[in-house]
Design a protein around this ligand. Sequence first.
Ligand SMILES: Cc1ncc(C[n+]2csc(CCOP(=O)(O)OP(=O)(O)O)c2C)c(N)n1
Ligand SMILES: CC(=O)[C@@H](O)[C@H](O)COP(=O)(O)O
Ligand SMILES: [Mg+2]
Length: 583
Amino acid sequence: MLDHIDSPHALRQLSVEQLPQLSKELRQFIITILATKEGHLGASLGVVELTIALHYVFNTPEDKLVWDVGHQAYVHKILTGRKDIFHTNRQKGGISGFPKISESDYDTFGTGHSSTSISAALGMAIAATIQGKKEQQHIAVIGDASIASGMAFEGLNHAGVTEANLLVVLNDNAIGIDPSIGALKNYFTNVKKGTARENTVFEALNFECHGPVDGHDLPELIRVFKKLQKTKGPKFLHVITTKGKGLALAEKDQVTYHAPGKFDATTGERYAKDTTQLPPKYQDVFGHTIVELATHNKKIIGITPAMPTGSSLKYMIEAFPDRAFDVGIAEQHAVTLSAGMATQGMVVFCNIYSTFLQRAYDQIIHDVALQNLPVIFCLDRAGLVGQDGPTHHGSFDLAYLNCIPNLIIYAPKDEVDLRNIMFTAQLGLPQPIAIRYPRGRGVIIDWMQPFQKIAIGKGSCIQKGKRIAIVCIGTIIHNALKASKDHPKTVSIYDMGFLKPIDTALLDTIFKTYEVVITLEDGTIKGGLGSVVADYAFAKAYKGTLKIVGIPDRFITHGTVEELQEEIGISPNEISKVIDSYL
Ligand SMILES: Cc1ncc(C[n+]2csc(CCOP(=O)(O)OP(=O)(O)O)c2C)c(N)n1
Ligand SMILES: CC(=O)[C@@H](O)[C@H](O)COP(=O)(O)O
Ligand SMILES: [Mg+2]
């Protein structure tokens, strides 16, 4: 049946009785492709019926459908003309893993970060009212973890005093990436158990409320949507679904199967990789090191906004449940919570993905840096993250943090540096520090070495050559080392470690010694290491050549990290071309 369905228009020609068969085929299609191509599996399997019902009843794309986060929008993509290219999902040159306005008329709003759907759909609804489009419907589909975020509540609070044609569909599968947390989650659970009255929270916000309904019951979903289609004003529907529905292992281990990597399409078994001879992931270095430090330092606290597994803070949550907190998708709260604890002398490691910390920019400035509170920010997923693409690359942190007074900014070059800076920070710094490190594995198998204190603001020379200096920050230094392997006597490699305070004494030496200085970073060239070195070079009237290499001033698409590094000129191969051009 799926072979004949390439648009919502074609879908609407089917009878309701035919739709369960289509759901089966859609699930099989997604499982087969993701088994080899990877991607966000569990969320999309959970919304097969919901997606069919929405496109079946509503007049998309005239009616506006907004997916929150967008990692669950695979069925939507397949039903809206992208079935034949779905195998290119998240691959370089292929379709995005998230809705993207430029990709389809059906993708009404680009997403990737959570909890934007209600505000975006409300914006569309108010615009429709102003434009006299009275019949247009606007639907935000938001998960139980995403609706608990502050931004979602800002949207609900506003929507409730409008007459906007807005339908908020709560897709409640009782889990985010990790189990959802908080009082709202408990309330949803109580509603499902029948121990709390349905919809009180949303009724209080002036929504006309419906549900809970079984999100896998197509006739029921269609019946309810048809009813809601005729109702004006803000409406709320509570839908219960199962994440990973249709693949037994994905239903059973919903955390792993959120994005399981490659797996056997028939059994769902993941392909086990032998990682014993590989260096560790930076995430695990963070996770195990914080447990080690917290064992001795009782003041240490760990905080993550909704990424305990991704960040590996889960190890501390298991070991010290009273001192490690998953606060849900609440980056702003996570930062100010950390600030509050720091005022009381706690040593707080606040671990947030670089891209998600963008949400809490004011909190870093106003609540932490301005008061000079020694919060220790661990910015995971710094630099390019790969297939999640432009919504998730940690391209901007060096630049957006650099202009904040009081903040120390450090990027370890390897696992041992990461351990040691965590050790140094918890000894007690007089100010906040941001430590940024990338997604994935490091370079040192034997990484659990005795702690050593790191001197704040000191860089070092890693390789001594005579003609060119490459001044690096963070793990991208390994690309410089690879790029210069044929010229070790010609090319010097410096590890600055700290963007702030930058080691000016080391820069003085570099400017005195080399006529060509190349800066290298895996962050935007607008405001990061290159900019800092250029400012200093200008102040010191450096007469040599300064070349800034980093992420160019545009949004970088999705693809593997290696492919993207090659494209933007920070791969070993591309860096060696820069070196050659000066030799
Ligand atoms: C601002 C922000 N913080 C964190 C994330 C990472 N993230 C992506 S999906 C997700 C869980 C979403 O859970 P839910 O809304 O319940 O949707 P489900 O996956 O269950 O369908 C999280 C935490 C994000 N995308 N955006
Ligand atoms: C959709 C989303 O935001 C997350 O699922 C994200 O893709 C996780 O990224 P990592 O795989 O790097 O943890
Ligand atoms: Mg959920």
